[in-house]
Design a protein around this ligand. Structure first.
Ligand code: G16
Length: 540
């Protein structure tokens, strides 16, 4: 397409997608999020952006339309690089530039500036893949996105309903020249799982899965069919499969924050193996109903999944031929990692630990520093990344070494593009099966320090600026000193605050020796945030 016709196409198509007055979208922890009704212009502009990214890289890019753990009326975008990873951070400023242009003409100018700055050819083949979750607004927003893609003369493939990680996997696989259809995803995972658990006994009890009333329900059912076809059926009870509200009283975020059993789990026997995912199925928590009354759950969060994964890796690496055992395994966490988990990793697993700010994009990047990088946020987002060099070494060894063969299977089971709850389930199930473990042994690895998370609403959450991987507040002045004083008053206390990048709140985290102390510290710090950072409404 000629340069002047791009400018015209953008300006004229943009008329149908007016930026709502007063709406100032901002690229957050995982893309843009807002009430769905506000997002049509943002979607259209993201379509232009991802078409430009496809033209620049001469590879397929993608988008998943989802607001993940947020409520059903919200929606958002997760933008996918050709590698299957999240949009490279260098391009986030372009995303903001386009999303915030006030007029059609200004948008067209910013698009032309982006094309010029990146030396993007005005013509050429380009393809963008689009998927959405189960939110009713998904198809309409996908259509707005597609109009944006077409402005640059690029093509769109509408993939319909998918989990976010499936779309990431499909983009990655397609660009690698590998089979990339949704059915290939199921058969790849199921086949690799079969290779990983061959010769082990199935876990005795079924897995009860909370599908958060979202996209995981049909997709896990399809994966279960593939597992049965591969000869390793997984006994599953799927709950919250869409009859209730998306993420409403269920799902991994509800479970992690409230530690109460999700809806429809009240009849599940104490001790049963259960798991929960979020609305777009990229977070995973395991849990079990506790015996005591009150519908409480014992959680096996992202920290614990990281430990189990690292143990499986260490076991397999120790079975490689001695000359091949020099494999660096790193674990990447955020400040939300429970202190007991970090201590266990340091003292018992002997793995390197890196701490990054919240956000898969940061953890994923850090995981590339190792031969195998295990990254999980405490909220259950994560995966295990294998370096290309290690995969090549394992390929050479796989005929002579069963462990190399199994490590290669593990690298297929666990999504190499992004954190994936469905593939995470297979990882956990395989690790437990191979050890012959139930939840009791997994729980016994360490005891979590009691912790509490709270949210505080403030007038402008950008007023809080953090440093040191979000563990310290740089602004407003004086807030960190006040938090330090509150923490010093609590034996073995720890607390930090940070503005959320997906919700309009400031998050507060605290841990201490007892639950009462952790609750008290979190409340005290929440009051400090409210008082010193422009709290809205009554003090917590
Ligand atoms: C997204 C990100 C995660 C992050 C979470 C919460 O998850 O991908 O890395 O932990 O948001 O972020 P924040 O605390 O900034 O709100 P999801 O599942 O919502 O896509």
């Amino acid at each position: 397409m000629a340069v002047h016709s791009i400018e015209q196409a953008v300006a004229s198509s943009s008329r149908a997608y007016v930026l709502p007055p007063g709406f100032r979208p901002s690229y957050g922890t995982a893309g843009f999020r807002a009430v769905a009704d506000l997002l049509h212009s943002t979607m259209f502009r993201c379509g232009i952006l991802m078409a430009a990214r496809a033209l620049k890289t001469q590879q397929v890019t993608g988008i998943c339309i989802t607001a993940s753990h947020n409520p059903a009326p919200d929606n958002g975008v997760k933008l996918v690089e050709p590698s299957g990873e999240m949009l490279c951070q260098d391009w986030e400023s372009y995303a903001n530039d386009l999303a915030t242009a006030q007029t059609d003409a200004e948008l067209a100018k910013r698009v032309m500036a982006l094309l010029a700055a990146e030396g993007i050819p005005a013509t050429g083949p380009a393809l963008v893949m689009v998927a959405h979750d189960t939110r009713p607004s998904g198809p309409e927003l996908a259509a707005a996105f597609a109009d944006g893609v077409r402005c640059l003369g690029a093509q769109v493939q509408m993939c319909g309903l998918l989990t976010t990680p499936q779309l990431h996997w499909m983009v990655m696989s397609r660009n690698l020249g590998a089979p990339w259809a949704e059915s290939d995803y199921y058969s790849a995972l199921a086949g690799a799982y079969q290779r990983l658990v061959a010769g082990t006994q199935p876990l005795g009890q079924p897995l009860y899965m909370d599908c958060a009333n979202g996209v995981a329900a049909p997709k896990m059912a399809a994966l279960a069919t593939a597992l049965a076809a591969a000869g390793t059926p997984l006994a599953l009870h799927l709950l919250n499969t869409g009859e209730g509200v998306l993420n409403g009283g269920c799902g991994s975020d509800f479970l992690q924050k409230d530690r109460q059993l999700p809806s429809n789990f009240q009849g599940v026997p104490p001790g049963a193996r259960c798991c929960a995912v979020d609305g777009d199925s990229d977070r995973l928590m395991y849990f079990t109903p506790l015996q005591e009354a009150g519908g409480r759950a014992l959680l096996f969060d992202g920290d614990r999944i990281a430990c189990l994964s690292a143990m499986l890796l260490k076991d397999l690496i120790s079975q490689l031929p001695p000359a091949a055992q020099d494999v660096s395994v790193g674990i990447i966490q955020t400040a939300y990692a429970n202190g007991a988990a970090s201590r266990y990793i340091r003292d018992n697993l002997g793995c390197s630990v890196e701490v990054t700010p919240t956000g898969v994009k940061y953890l994923h990047e850090a995981a590339h520093h190792f031969d195998v990088g295990v990254y999980f946020e405490a909220n259950g987002h994560g995966t295990v990344l294998f370096s290309k060099t290690l995969l090549a070494r394992l390929e050479q060894l796989k005929e002579e070494s069963r462990a190399a063969f199994e490590l290669l299977a593990l690298a297929v089971v666990i999504n190499q593009a992004v954190g994936d709850a469905l593939s995470g389930i297979l990882l956990v199930e395989a690790a437990l099966r191979r050890k012959g473990w139930g939840l009791d042994q997994w729980a016994a690895l360490y005891t979590d320090l009691p912790s509490r998370q709270l949210k505080v609403t403030v007038a402008d959450r950008a007023a809080i600026v953090t440093t040191d991987a979000e563990t310290r507040v740089a602004q407003p002045a004086g807030l960190q000193a006040a938090i330090d004083a509150a923490v010093a008053a609590v034996p073995n206390g720890r607390s930090f605050v940070r503005p959320s990048g997906t919700e309009d709140v400031v998050r507060v985290y605290a841990e201490a020796e007892t639950q009462d102390a952790a609750d008290g510290l979190a409340a005290a710090v929440a009051r400090l945030v409210h008082a010193r950072a422009g709290g809205v409404g009554p003090a917590p």
